[in-house]
Write a protein that binds this ligand. Structure first.
Ligand code: SF4
Length: 109
């Protein structure tokens, strides 16, 4: 579903049927965080979802404000792979366990 910022996000839920105006972020809701529409503007989750659809990678989102009161609130994402049981350093790429290259590239002098 498209977020208020106009990007597809698998965690956004909006119900506008018959005049309803219910919107929520189910990823932030699962972490006990309070969602507001402005968070979608800078959230990295839609681009992570486009780049990596691994079924084993689970995202966890929290809200933080860089340099308290100076900048607007942002979503911070951590990822965990349930297959290899470790934190994923770069969620856009994944942990590398399932999608290794079938060959090795070597650069010789
Ligand atoms: S805050 Fe991020 S994860 Fe939540 S609905 Fe918006 S874009 Fe999706």
């Amino acid at each position: 579903m498209k977020t208020p910022a106009g990007q597809e996000c698998p965690w956004f839920y909006g119900n506008y049927f018959r005049g309803r105006d219910i919107e929520e972020c189910r990823l932030l809701h699962a972490s006990g965080e309070t969602w507001t529409r402005d968070l979608c503007k800078t959230c990295p989750v839609p681009s992570i979802a486009r780049a990596n659809s691994c079924e084993f990678m689970k995202l966890r989102a929290t809200v933080w404000r860089p340099f308290e009161a100076l900048f607007q609130r942002r979503v911070q994402v951590t990822a965990y792979c349930e297959k290899v049981h470790r934190t994923v350093a770069e969620p856009h790429i994944g942990c590398g366990e399932c999608h290794t290259l079938p060959f090795k590239l070597e650069v010789k002098d």
